[in-house]
Design a protein around this ligand. Structure first.
Ligand code: DQA
Length: 149
């Protein structure tokens, strides 16, 4: 059991019509349905959001920092630019799993830099929708390890 805050960043509301070769054909609704199912199977309480702006992501992490045991975040393009989100993750001290649908290391050079991963427990990148589902399993693992101490 544990509380997981999951945030999809900018342009992920466009999944289904956006660069299918990188992001597949499923919509965010399809992906969210799978996320909710797996979270339920793992006994996790889930809060799920999508934001297009950096400030909204920061506000949400800040607001939920006392509730969330684990943060799963796909920061979209902010991955590669946002010192502000990195600072927020650092300040809020929620164990964080960074997620990407595509393999960011296989694409343009600018996508190889992630500010957020400096503060993340780990990164899951390149498995499409399954990246999120793996992240839920990783969250469950983190929570179980926490219980042991
Ligand atoms: C992404 C990868 C980012 O580089 C890109 O800007 C996105 C999506 C992914 O899930 O693969 O918006 O985070």
């Amino acid at each position: 059991m544990g509380n997981v805050l999951l945030i999809h960043g900018p342009n992920l509301h466009l999944l289904g019509i956006r660069e299918e070769e990188h992001y597949g054909r499923e919509t965010l609704k399809d992906i969210d349905r799978a996320i909710q199912r797996v979270a339920g199977e793992l006994g996790l309480s889930l809060k799920l959001f999508q934001f297009n702006s950096e400030g909204e992501i920061i506000d949400c992490i800040t607001k939920e920092k006392d509730w969330a045991d684990v943060l799963i975040v796909n920061p979209g393009a902010y991955t590669h630019t946002s010192i502000a989100i990195m600072d927020c993750v650092k300040a809020c001290k929620i164990p964080t799993i960074e997620v990407h649908l595509s393999n960011i290391y296989k694409r343009e050079d600018f996508r190889r830099v992630s500010y957020i991963s400096r503060e993340a427990v780990g990164v899951i990148s390149g498995f499409g929708k399954t990246s999120y589902l793996l992240a839920l399993h990783a969250a469950s693992f983190i929570l179980k390890e926490k219980e042991k101490v």
